[in-house]
Design a protein around this ligand. Sequence first.
Ligand SMILES: CC(C)(COP(=O)(O)OP(=O)(O)OC[C@H]1O[C@@H](n2cnc3c(N)ncnc32)[C@H](O)[C@@H]1OP(=O)(O)O)[C@@H](O)C(=O)NCCC(=O)NCCS
Length: 320
Amino acid sequence: MHLVAATEEQRVQRDTLTYSEWGKLLSLDGYAAREKRLRAHPWARSDMRTWLLCGEDGGVLASCETFRTGSFLRSDEGSLVPGDSFAIASVFTEEHLRGRGYATRLMDLLAAELERQPRAQAALLFSDVGPRLYARSGYQALPAWDWHLSPAPGDPSGPVDSLLREDGLGPALGRLRHPDVPFYFWPGPAQLDWHLERGRIYVEHLGCSLPASAGATAGASTILWGLVGRSAELTVLMLDARSTSETWALLEAARREASRSGLSRVVLWEEPSHAPFLALLKGGGAFRVARDGSLPMVRPLRPGLPPVSPLLPAPRGLWV
Ligand SMILES: CC(C)(COP(=O)(O)OP(=O)(O)OC[C@H]1O[C@@H](n2cnc3c(N)ncnc32)[C@H](O)[C@@H]1OP(=O)(O)O)[C@@H](O)C(=O)NCCC(=O)NCCS
């Protein structure tokens, strides 16, 4: 068995097989168009690959995708060393080929391939099948708690200093404080816009509108959000929360934006740094729930990376 990078033609063939798994709400043609559009997005064009596990006869046994994402390793002297990390998506084995170890083999060969990339730091994935399959290939799970907040009436700009726009993702991201941990992933503006592109594709199927804003600022705190997929929800992509009152203001603005856009709730992936502020928001339309699916799992790709720690943040903006 060996690993190959798929050609565009092979990717399109794969789309017809993965439609049954990931095509909900869309026709087969609509799903093929979604995949083509997402692959044409600048973030995907910068370095998205589809990988095929092939048998000796060249037949495809399993597949997945990788996206390059930024990450930083803190050196012993405290300086930040930028590197490349890889987010893995769409791990797939056709039904009649399942249970023979092909996905595991694919993950092992892919890790070996990614380890050879010159700036490689870590691989990241979001498991919808629990931790066991990926733990075999060296991935470790991070905590996965979500906050669900009900929509609230009112002007979203009321509680905050400013609302952010989609064309301002770069400067907005520049306001965010980087995590104070030895290693972390850090998305770029194109990566965050890729989520919004998914929302632009799905909005016509959901009976809601695209949110008019892409986030907000309150004091030193910043939030970035969007409609990002096939759920009519306002999803928080990044939250740099500096105080309880600023966190409350940003989330209240999110609840109002959800209401204005006809969305059913706000969903926030909890990060370790949010915990002290969020605990005070419990009740009054805010609930903490164990996440269903999308379990973040991380695998170092080079020696010298710190062990995977539950303090490593995995914001929704990193999801693929
Ligand atoms: C998940 C998937 C890729 C596994 O492929 P595979 O080639 O059968 O994988 P392997 O033979 O290497 O390993 C199979 C393991 O995956 C586990 N697995 C498969 N689907 C699972 C699910 N829905 N929930 C939990 N575990 C699951 C099997 O139980 C098995 O574990 P075990 O050997 O410990 O019993 C395949 O089932 C698939 O394509 N599913 C649909 C798409 C999907 O869910 N992809 C994963 C997204 S994170």
